[in-house]
Ligand binder design. Structure first.
Ligand code: 5GP
Length: 171
């Protein structure tokens, strides 16, 4: 995906969220670090009063497939009771991370809770997970850029591209 395609999709998603959350007390939650670039672009396309929050969960480390073990590394610092929560995630792969996050945050009694993902790899799903919003469905390939890393690198690339297997096979 080029930066132009991403910007267009983010604008469109921002408009949709603006429509859907009119008159609602919205809290958008960024899942660090992967969603950081997407999140900062997306919140500026949402024309509503809203709050933001940040969470970090354990990810793949330096590998390219999920361990299935999810752990909170940084929690929200605000109460989400009675708020309309929108979790903003970089990519849904197996779905385990979001499944876990939805479970944990639902227990805090939000008024509603949904997911906005930049990318979705439906072919890789192992848990039943519905994302209300996503910008792009992609095939089963490891991608980097626009916040997405491999071994903490490439997050600053403005476009999203498939990482050549040569890079992680040698890791
Ligand atoms: P899941 O729990 O859905 O299997 O994994 C979600 C997390 O895995 C994402 O938040 C992301 O951090 C990481 N991930 C999954 N696929 C990719 C990918 O293609 N590229 C990168 N950089 N990270 C990925």
């Amino acid at each position: 995906m080029t930066r132009e395609q991403i910007a267009e999709a983010v604008r469109k998603l921002g408009r949709q969220i603006t429509e859907d959350y009119q008159g609602k007390d919205l809290t958008m939650v960024c899942i660090l670090k992967g969603a950081s670039v997407f999140f900062t672009d997306l919140i500026r396309e949402v024309d509503l009063p809203l709050s933001i929050g940040f969470m970090a969960v354990s990810s793949y480390g330096s590998g390219t497939s999920s361990t299935g073990v999810v752990r909170i590394i940084k929690d929200l610092d605000q109460n989400i009771e009675d708020k309309h929560v929108l979790i903003v995630e970089d990519i849904v792969d197996s779905g385990k991370t979001l499944h876990f996050l939805l479970q944990v945050l639902s227990q805090r009694h939000p008024a509603s809770i949904h997911v906005a993902a930049l990318l979705d790899k439906p072919a890789r799903r192992v848990v039943d997970l519905k994302t209300r919003y996503s910008c792009f469905d992609i095939p089963d390939a490891f991608v980097v850029g626009y916040g997405l890393d491999f071994d903490e690198k490439y997050r600053n690339l403005p476009d999203i591209g498939v990482l050549h297997p040569r890079i992680y096979q040698n890791a």
